[in-house]
Design a protein around this ligand. Structure first.
Ligand SMILES: Cc1cc2nc3c(=O)[nH]c(=O)nc-3n(C[C@H](O)[C@H](O)[C@H](O)COP(=O)(O)O)c2cc1C
Length: 241
């Protein structure tokens, strides 16, 4: 199972990163409890640290995570992309991808594109900046215009969302108002649909200026459960196919 997370916050120990870490912890926990689960590996790009996960083999976090090392079992591979630390040129709107299905630029997005093609689960994590996604997150998403061209211009088949669950998570500093998350939710939904990922769950945490995620037990609990649910959906879809 390949679980890909795109972290759009520049604050690698901030609210969004912490929430992402909880979702990943929940995913690891649920995966380890599957009957045929194998090892769990995590990779953070670029480099180690950041979202609170480390490059290389995962350390199970706490007693609730069973060591998962069954020989021959399915592996959980977690890939976290810290877009703020990656070289990502904004889309230039040249439309060459409409002819080829590929971007003319080759930078760190190549890694995310490859991951998007083969992922089994997706987590998109962004802070709210001016009622929207962070610019770092949006720059990465805009580069998926090449995937849009593949799907809608070149009519290439895309993966089945029934088999690829996704979670969108976002944090905002202000007290809740329905409109705070609306632009981000709209973009995230379109992004998931384009990539053949089901928009299974959204985790929208506001008022972080007053109650940071670190002190928000309820939000962290919800995040863990979202991670568990993502794995459960993936396992159920796989069992049914
Ligand atoms: C440039 C910028 C714009 C922001 N705009 C908003 C906003 O429109 N609404 C809001 O509620 N919070 C806004 N915030 C606050 C952040 O959304 C909030 O602090 C968030 O939890 C930060 O996530 P992080 O800790 O992962 O960086 C903004 C923060 C920054 C730096």
């Amino acid at each position: 199972m390949r679980l890909v997370a795109i972290l759009g916050s520049p604050r690698l120990q901030g609210n969004t990163a912490l929430l992402l870490r909880e979702v990943l912890a929940g995913a690891k926990e649920a995966f380890a409890s599957l009957p045929a689960s194998g090892p769990i590996r995590e990779m953070v790009y670029p480099g180690a640290g950041g979202a609170g996960v480390q490059e290389g083999p995962a350390e199970p976090d706490g007693s609730e995570v069973k060591a998962a090392a069954a020989e021959g079992g399915e592996e959980l591979e977690i890939e976290v992309y810290q877009v703020n630390r990656m070289k990502i040129k904004p889309c230039q709107g040249c439309n060459r991808c409409a002819e080829t299905g590929h971007c003319i630029y080759h930078d760190d997005m190549d890694r995310i594109f490859r991951a998007a093609e083969i992922l089994d689960g997706l987590i998109l994590a962004s802070p709210t900046y001016f009622y929207s996604l962070s610019a770092q997150t949006k720059a990465a998403i805009d580069r998926f215009q090449s995937f849009w061209a593949r799907k809608y211009v070149l009519k290439q088949p895309m993966p089945d969302p029934a088999k690829r669950p996704g979670v969108f998570l976002s944090t905002a500093g202000l007290p809740f108002r329905p409109e705070i998350f609306e632009p981000s939710r709209a973009v995230a939904r379109v992004f998931f649909r384009l990539n053949g990922v089901a928009y299974q769950e959204e985790l929208l945490v506001c008022e972080t200026d007053k109650v940071p995620v670190q002190k928000n037990d309820e939000a962290r609990k919800r995040a863990r459960e979202a991670g568990r649910a993502l794995i459960r959906s993936w396992a159920a879809a796989r069992a049914g196919s």
